[in-house]
Ligand binder design. Structure first.
Ligand code: HEM
Length: 170
């Protein structure tokens, strides 16, 4: 593949397309009657394990994995064009990519795995059976959410610093 000046942004678009693909399959599957009935029986969309799968996992694979990754690529591409200044930190650009993609992958997969696990337990053994399993999920969810958040904040900081640098260079 010939190298281009913006090749470093390809990974953002690849991640976005992949997440939209997963999110759209998730969206269709959760509308199929047997799966819909199962999700409704475990609390979706209002609470419990069902809520972890629909809408929480579905919303964030699409909105963070799909939309935010695309927004990051577009912003990192357009800001230098609009300001005439290079992005403040290429290292921060790469770190914001890896933190966001690792965060959203962990956030999505933990919601899906524990949503399914707790959902099966809820139907087979009742509500009290899921407490111990959910206690395992809570720190995993918090850590993956924090990694995802740091990725988004690094992107916002890198964009803001680029604008500040451009104003100083005026
Ligand atoms: C680090 C970043 C983020 C974290 C940790 C996070 C976490 C959460 C959590 C825990 C909820 C569920 C609240 C509840 O129990 O009802 C939620 C809901 C939601 N989030 Fe996020 N979120 C993040 C960023 C975003 C972003 C950037 C968007 C949009 C671009 C977004 C869109 C939504 C939507 C649409 C819902 C509502 C889902 C529903 O109940 O219908 N989130 N988020």
């Amino acid at each position: 593949m010939p190298t281009t000046k913006h090749q470093h942004l390809t990974k953002f678009l690849a991640a976005s397309v992949t997440c939209f693909f997963i999110g759209s399959i998730h969206g269709v599957l959760q509308m199929l009657p047997p799966i819909r009935a199962w999700l409704d029986s475990i609390g979706s969309p209002y609470g419990g394990p069902g809520h972890m799968i629909d809408p929480l996992a579905h919303a964030h694979i699409n909105l963070i994995g799909g939309v935010m990754m695309m927004t990051m690529a577009v912003t990192y591409y357009l800001l230098p064009k609009f300001t005439g200044t290079d992005i403040w930190s290429r290292k921060l650009e790469n770190t914001s990519f890896w933190m966001t993609i690792i965060g959203v992958t962990c956030f999505y997969s933990s919601l899906m795995i524990f949503g399914y696990w707790e959902g099966m337990l809820l139907l087979e053994e009742g509500a009290t059976a899921i407490d111990a399993v959910h206690a395992i999920y809570v720190p995993i969810g918090a850590i993956s959410a924090t990694i995802m958040g740091i990725g988004l904040w690094l992107f916002l900081a890198n964009s803001a610093m680029t604008i500040i640098k451009a104003r100083k260079n005026k």
